[in-house]
Design a protein around this ligand. Structure first.
Ligand code: URP
Ligand code: ZN
Ligand code: ZN
Length: 467
């Protein structure tokens, strides 16, 4: 059995930073400590670097039909972008066919994921909660799926789910040990506001935000949380965009309710003004919930500090500007919702969070890795630098400075919302199960090298990393 020791780095975990070595064999971490015995191991000198557990992104949409088109990144290009940003595991949304089964969705996504360069898990997004599908939810665990997503938004599409179905899904999921993820926006109100805007001739991208005000998200967040309370079920509210919605999460925590919550980098650095950019440029920033005003940034950072928000996912849902975002040139409701961000997620958080003095490097690791593993059912295998864990390791260069350009990205989409932004802090090298997957701008992991991660939701106990 060949053994490698990564020597002389500073290990950064969700709890502490300390000088130490990591020993790796057969894709797993076998030991962590100061001056580990060499015993003939290959020694990799990483002195000066920060070593972190591989980042996990529990919120991606690769090769997914949505908004009348299909996302630009598939599993090859999307996971190339991921690993170039330090992400070693994603959890992607397999989408139930309206007339199909949940197992069918998982099977279809397993086929798509054959090109994955990093490890992956799968959620199932429910589009049609028939009696058969209700009966099927408890069988997901046997497929290694521990999460389902329910959409309260997108009225007029099969994703939109009525309260009675959300409630019943929560009840069934609770019994089955499945965690429900919710997209919390009031779909009825949005549909009405959109129709009224179009009737007035308000067709530009910025009306995407104006027809999805903060209260629409806060109301749905509170409703989902209260339904989960009645169902006595844990809940994960994904892509929390504003202080008003976060306040509903905070109130649930004050009552002692088990509610996990995710925010995304785009809500920490962009605003409504980006949606109102000249011409049709704002279409690049059409995503849901929409971008808010900058007064929400500090409350969201504060939510990460207090633990009311436990994870930061990318919600990578990439559509090309040419030919895809352009579908909505004359009608903002036809602009496919979503933006790329898998590659930039950690750099945004380091630059604006750690370097910006808003979060510690421990919290950086917690929200990108350790908490992700716990909430998304991979604790014990992913998300920590400890013996027995997969050797998913990011060699992080805190001073690496990169300006986002089309030339230095690794995905397939024709733009980035981060274009021209400069980030300080990024991965110098990334290891997936001990194999070098990325180094100095070059993705080395081959398509198909990623493995499926069977996940099991065990409600994380309150603790330092997950509240
Ligand atoms: O705009 C977004 N977020 N697109 C992806 C689908 C979703 O709602 O997560
Ligand atoms: Zn969503
Ligand atoms: Zn999403």
């Amino acid at each position: 059995m060949s053994r490698t020791i990564m020597a002389g780095g500073t290990l950064v975990t969700a709890e502490a930073s300390f000088r130490g070595d990591i020993a790796v064999a057969d894709g797993r971490i076998t030991a962590v400590g100061a001056d580990l015995p060499r015993d003939g191991a290959e020694v990799l000198d990483v002195s000066g670097a920060l070593l972190m557990p591989g980042f996990i992104d529990g919120h991606t949409h690769l090769d997914m039909p949505f908004g009348g088109t299909v996302t630009a990144d598939d599993w090859d290009t999307g996971t190339a972008a991921a690993v170039a940003g330090g992400t070693t595991t994603i959890v992607d949304f397999s989408l139930q066919d309206v007339g199909g089964t949940l197992a069918g969705a998982v099977e279809e996504w397993q086929r798509k994921a054959a090109g994955a360069r990093i490890d992956y898990g799968l959620h199932v997004a429910i589009t049609n909660l028939t009696e058969e599908v209700k009966a099927e939810i408890p069988t997901l665990s046997a497929l290694g799926v521990s999460t389902i997503k329910i959409f309260m938004a997108y009225k007029g599409t099969p994703l939109f789910t009525a309260d009675e179905d959300l409630f019943e899904a929560l009840q069934i999921a609770r019994e089955a040990g499945i965690l429900v993820l919710v997209h919390a926006e009031n779909g009825d109100v949005i549909a009405k506001l959109q129709a009224q805007a179009l009737a007035r001739g308000d067709t530009a991208p910025r009306f995407h935000a104006l027809t999805r005000p903060e209260a629409v998200e806060a109301e749905a967040t509170n409703r989902a949380i209260r339904l989960a309370e009645v169902a006595d079920s844990p809940l994960l509210v994904v892509h929390v965009s504003c202080a008003a919605a976060l306040e509903e999460v905070r109130r649930a925590h004050a009552r002692g309710q088990t509610v996990y919550a995710e925010t995304c980098p785009q809500y920490l650095v962009f605003t409504y003004d980006d949606l109102a950019r000249e011409g049709f440029e704002g279409a690049k920033y059409v995503l849901s919930p929409p971008l808010r005003d900058a007064s929400n940034w500090e409350p969201l950072w504060h939510g990460l500090q207090t633990g009311d928000l436990q994870i930061v996912g990318s919600d990578h849902c990439s559509f090309n500007y040419a030919g895809q975002k352009e579908l909505g040139r004359d009608d903002f409701t036809l602009i496919p919702n979503g933006a790329p961000g898998l590659e930039e997620r950690a750099a945004v958080l380091w630059t604006h969070g750690v370097r910006g003095g808003r979060i510690s490097e421990q919290l950086f690791v917690a929200v990108l890795s350790t908490n992700q593993a716990r909430v998304h059912g991979m604790a014990g295998r992913k998300g920590a630098l400890a013996p027995g864990f997969d050797a998913d390791i990011v060699v992080w260069d805190p001073d690496r400075t990169v300006t986002a350009t089309q030339a230095n990205r690794h995905g397939r989409v024709d733009y980035s919302p981060y274009e021209g932004m400069t980030f300080t802090g990024g991965p110098a090298a990334v290891y997936v199960r001990g194999a070098l997957a990325y180094r100095d701008g070059e993705v080395l992991a081959e398509p198909g090298s990623g493995r499926f991660v069977e996940r099991a939701f065990r409600q994380p106990a309150p603790g330092p990393a997950v509240r």
